[in-house]
Design a protein around this ligand. Structure first.
Ligand SMILES: Cc1ncc(COP(=O)(O)O)c(C=O)c1O
Length: 350
């Protein structure tokens, strides 16, 4: 368990440390409980339900999430998708042209994009052939400028979860922040690392409403970490980064969590059905084990198969140019009707 050697102050960028955060109109106002006249934020006074700025702290939404996830409200940061949260992590902790991050390709492409935008070196350590982190190589690659290690589990595009023991070795051995991107955790057999927040002060978890929660359109990402880490991110986030409509929709969804769970169950069942059907198609060489809402397959010629499916009106993802992913395609699990259509098309092009 990592309790020594971790001091968040040594990771924060100097400009962030001294930053006086923007104080929004709604930040300064403290409710007295009595009805108030709001003439503080230059809003249009005519009621449309969205004529006021949203709660910059998303208090009601965080209360619901805190209860469901078993964390304190102070351990939650919300963002405009988890992509915004990933960007905030760079901006809070990585000094441009000085610090570096470590990523484990093949993995989610935004880590590299964000590193480039933020002028932060991305040290890439390939996953092993079984798509697990190469712990020894990662720890050897890390130096005193390595601020963040990104672990995507279940990993996109491979679909597998990282083994617990290896993640623990990395949490204990890496001196910066370990960000576990759990965008697909709700489809996984492995439990979320959220339960380990108290044990690892360098652990940061990101989740999203875009996958299992069926709300990619509202753009809502969640970050769970120690209250100290969250306070740093909170300080630099745009004041109204989660809009009112998003907060309303997300609260409704959390209040109807049973329907989310039903959909997840259905998608997992469909994943099994689809896997079985894929096994019967001769040009599919490998079906990689998955704990996500997609399946990575190896085919005879990924680019050709991709084009053939496009001609049949089906868009999948060609991952053949990713390291360790030659001739692979990534298939998202759809509805029964969509999956049946996919299987029919895959058979037709055989
Ligand atoms: C691993 C991973 N993380 C994050 C995201 C982005 O999530 P969001 O929609 O919350 O920005 C994706 C989207 O595909 C993803 O695959």
């Amino acid at each position: 368990m990592q309790t020594v050697n971790f001091d968040i102050d040594t990771l924060i960028r100097e400009n962030v440390k001294v930053l006086q955060p923007y104080s929004s109109a709604r930040d300064e106002y403290i409710s007295t409980g009595s009805p108030m006249t709001f003439l503080d934020a230059n809003e249009n006074p005519f009621e449309t339900q969205i004529n006021r700025y949203p709660d910059p702290h998303q208090n009601e939404l965080k209360e619901l999430l805190a209860k469901q996830k078993g964390v304190d409200k102070a351990q939650i940061l919300l963002g405009n998708g988890s992509d915004e949260i990933l960007d905030l992590l760079f901006r809070a902790f990585c000094e441009p042209k000085e610090d570096n991050i470590i990523t484990l390709p093949p993995t989610y492409g935004m880590y590299n994009v964000l590193a480039t935008i933020n002028a932060v070196e991305n040290k890439k350590v390939l996953l092993t052939r079984s798509f697990q982190p190469d712990v020894a190589q990662i720890l050897e690659t890390a130096d005193n400028k390595s601020k963040i290690l990104f672990l995507c589990s279940p990993n996109n595009p491979t679909g597998n979860s990282f083994k617990k023991e290896q993640v623990i070795q990395l949490l204990e051995g890496f001196n910066g922040l370990v960000v576990i991107d759990e965008a697909y955790i709700d489809f996984a057999a492995q439990e979320s690392w959220i339960t380990q927040l108290e044990n690892y002060p360098n652990l940061v978890i990101t989740q999203t409403f875009s996958k299992a929660y069926g709300m990619a359109g509202i753009r809502l990402g969640c970050c769970y970490a120690s209250a100290q880490i969250i306070a740093v991110l909170q300080k630099i986030k745009p004041p109204y980064n989660v809009n009112e409509l998003t907060q309303i929709k997300a609260k409704q969804r959390l209040e109807a969590i049973d329907s989310v769970k039903r959909e997840i169950k259905n998608i997992i069942e469909e994943r099994t059905v689809l896997t079985k059907a894929l096994e019967t198609i001769p040009y599919i060489k490998t079906i990689y084990p998955t704990e996500a809402n997609f399946i990575l397959i190896e085919v005879d010629n990924a680019t050709q198969r991709y084009q053939e499916l496009i001609a049949k009106g089906i868009v999948i993802r060609n991952r053949t140019n990713q390291p360790l992913c030659k001739n692979t395609l990534r298939l998202t699990i759809g509805t029964t009707t969509e999956n049946t259509k996919l299987i029919k098309a895959l058979k037709a092009i055989a």
